[in-house]
Design a protein around this ligand. Structure first.
Ligand SMILES: [Zn+2]
Ligand SMILES: [Zn+2]
Length: 260
C-alpha cells in the first residue's frame, strides 16, 4: 500500500464523488450523491467517515453538489469553491456555507494535502479541476470539461494518478436520441471530453510518474465502459505504457482504491 489513495465513490451524469486520502485524512472532490448514498459507498469500501477533512467543489452542476450541504454538515468538513461558484451555490441554497473561497491557479494547504485548483472550460460558473499533492505523490482530477487548454495540460503533467473525463463516444452520441441542442452542448468547447479527446489529454499529460489512469464521468447513454477503456488501453499501448493500471469509474459502483 502506498501513500495516497484515490477512491472513486461513483462517477457519471447522475452523481460524482471522489475521495483522495492517506491514512490520516481525506478530501472529497464533489458531493454529488445524497449523504445516505455517500455514507453507504464509503462504508462499502471501508473508508472511515472521520477521514473527510474538506470538500472541494469542481462546479455547481447537480451531479457534483446535490449532497454538498448535508455531507458537509455531517462530516463537519469545510467546503472549498472558487468565488463565482461559491456565490452561485449560496444564492441557490441560503443554508449552504462555502467556508473557503480560492482563486484558480493559487495553491493552498488543506489537511495533509497541497491543493491546486485550475480553471477548465465547461458550461458552469468558474469551474475547476484539481491537482492534490501529498508526500511527493500527485493526483490530478479533470472532470467535466469541453476541451483542454495548456493550463490543464500543464497542471496535470507528472501526476502519479490521473482521473480524466472520458464522457462520450462520438458515434454513440450522434446515434443517441438526445435533442440536437444537447448534443451540440456536449460536443462544444464548454461541454464534455469525448473518448478521443480524453486520449489526447492522456497523451499530453502522461509522464514517467504515471501509474494509474482512472476514466471518469463516462456517459451511460452515449458511451460504454468497455469502449472508453478499450480506447484508453490502445492509447497506452501506443505510448508504450501498458504498465499503467487502467480503470473505468462506474456510476453505480465504488471503484477499488488505487494507491501511489
Ligand atoms: Zn458532471
Ligand atoms: Zn458539469
Amino acid at each position: 500500500m502506498g501513500c495516497v489513495g484515490v477512491t472513486v465513490l461513483g462517477s457519471g451524469s447522475k452523481g460524482n464523488a471522489i475521495l483522495v486520502h492517506n491514512e490520516r485524512s481525506g478530501l472529497l472532490i464533489d458531493a454529488g450523491f445524497s449523504l445516505r448514498e455517500t455514507r453507504r459507498r464509503m462504508k462499502q469500501c471501508g473508508i472511515c467517515e472521520s477521514l473527510v477533512k474538506g470538500i472541494l467543489v469542481t462546479h455547481e452542476h447537480r451531479d457534483h453538489v446535490c449532497g454538498l450541504r448535508v455531507c458537509a454538515n455531517h462530516f463537519e468538513a469545510p467546503v472549498y469553491a472558487s468565488r463565482l461558484c461559491a456565490e452561485h451555490l449560496q444564492a441557490k441554497d441560503d443554508k449552504l456555507r462555502v467556508n473557503v473561497i480560492f482563486t484558480p491557479g493559487e495553491e493552498f494547504e488543506l489537511a495533509d494535502f497541497s491543493v491546486l485548483p485550475f480553471s477548465v472550460q465547461h458550461d458552469a460558473v468558474e469551474p475547476v479541476g484539481y491537482v492534490l499533492s501529498s508526500a511527493s505523490r500527485k493526483v490530478g482530477i479533470a472532470m467535466d470539461l469541453g476541451q483542454f487548454g495548456q493550463m490543464a495540460e500543464y497542471q496535470l503533467r507528472s501526476c502519479d494518478t490521473l482521473a480524466l473525463e472520458s464522457n462520450h463516444d462520438l458515434d454513440l452520441l450522434a446515434a443517441s436520441k438526445r435533442p440536437w441542442r444537447l448534443k451540440q452542448r456536449i460536443l462544444g468547447s464548454h461541454g464534455h471530453l469525448s473518448n478521443v479527446q480524453s486520449q489526447e489529454l492522456l497523451e499530453k499529460t502522461i509522464s514517467d510518474n504515471t501509474q494509474n489512469l482512472l476514466l471518469v464521468h463516462i456517459s451511460r447513454e452515449c458511451n460504454t465502459y468497455e469502449l472508453a477503456e478499450q480506447g484508453a488501453r490502445e492509447k497506452l499501448a501506443e505510448l508504450g505504457r501498458g504498465d499503467v493500471s487502467l480503470h473505468a469509474a462506474k456510476q453505480d459502483e465504488v471503484l477499488p482504491t488505487v494507491w501511489v
